[in-house]
Ligand binder design. Structure first.
Ligand SMILES: NC(=O)c1ccc[n+]([C@@H]2O[C@H](COP(=O)([O-])OP(=O)(O)OC[C@H]3O[C@@H](n4cnc5c(N)ncnc54)[C@H](OP(=O)(O)O)[C@@H]3O)[C@@H](O)[C@H]2O)c1
Length: 251
């Protein structure tokens, strides 16, 4: 896919799916804004991006939940590249906890990063996406798990699905598309939020895969779907939730 010269903002680019996405877009000639908090990992990703076409990505190291950080991402991107074609909302996290344990701080923290940030970034990008007839890709879980410990994840999953579908209706009158990629279990740092020991991560992924009717995705598999949706082959592709869950998809 030729994305030469397309300007793509990828949040969560320092790790996992976002890192794979930033690299894949760079390999297709896109000009990438890589957003994350971890400076070292962000630089490692940027260095790999540069090896494809010699273009250094713009790295924006911010905590997206802090006031002014979303504005910083958009303003720096426009200052550097003069336009925006694609926003990939990939930064996210979850925790296992129940209604009995969740403090409102936990609620606010998860809602802020997983829902408020994509919403706000989308709003801030709209004036630029209007000009380029660009698009937004949201990344979140492939199913709302309705069992103890997953209440906040389920709430966020439903909210992001509504955001993608209803938001795409709002945006379509301006020629902007919005879709979602919803991966199943994917081998990233995501499980670290589940208090899983780094050394046991691979073992845990393999065990989880054995107990579910699905394979483990690699981040690169998910990145390819993001690229497909963000690409310009299908101008009418909007409001879709694309699942990558080995058949274990429901909502
Ligand atoms: N892995 C899975 O099994 C799976 C399944 C379904 C959906 N997803 C979704 O895929 C998305 C990417 O997750 P992943 O699996 O790639 O996880 P990951 O490896 O843990 O990456 C999460 C990314 O989000 C960034 N991030 C977290 N908090 C942030 C904050 N406050 N400000 C800015 N950046 C922040 C992290 O940046 P730093 O590391 O620099 O802090 C990191 O780049 C998430 O939205 C997740 O819900 C994952």
């Amino acid at each position: 896919m030729n994305l030469k010269g397309k300007v793509v903002i990828v949040t969560g680019a320092s790790s996992g799916i976002g890192a794979a996405t930033a690299k894949l877009f760079a390999s297709h000639g896109a000009l990438v804004t890589a957003v994350g908090r971890d400076e070292v990992r962000l630089k490692q990703v940027a260095d790999i991006c540069k090896t494809y076409h010699g273009i250094q990505p713009l790295c924006v190291r911010v905590d997206l939940t802090e006031d002014g950080s979303c504005e910083e991402v958009v303003n720096k991107t426009v200052e550097t590249y003069k336009k925006i074609d694609v926003l990939v909302n990939c930064a996210g996290k979850t925790i296992v906890s129940s209604l009995f344990e969740n403090s409102m701080d936990t609620f606010d923290d998860l809602v802020s990063l997983n829902l408020r940030v994509p919403y706000k970034l989308c709003q801030l990008c709209v004036p630029y996406l209007k000009l380029t007839k660009g698009n937004v890709v949201n990344v979140f879980g492939n199913k709302c798990v309705h069992r103890p410990g997953f209440l906040l994840s389920a709430i966020l999953c439903s909210a992001l699905q509504c955001f993608t579908v209803s938001g795409s209706r709002d945006l379509s009158c301006e020629g902007i598309r919005m879709n979602a990629v919803r991966p199943g279990l994917t081998r990233t740092h995501f499980l670290a939020n589940f208090n899983v020991d780094e050394d046991l991560m691979d073992l845990t992924y393999n065990e989880l895969a054995n107990t579910q009717p699905q394979v483990i995705n690699e981040p690169e598999d998910v990145a390819k779907m993001i690229l497909f949706l963000a690409g310009y082959e299908h101008p009418n592709l909007t409001g879709n939730n694309l699942f990558l869950g080995g058949g274990a998809t429901s909502c």
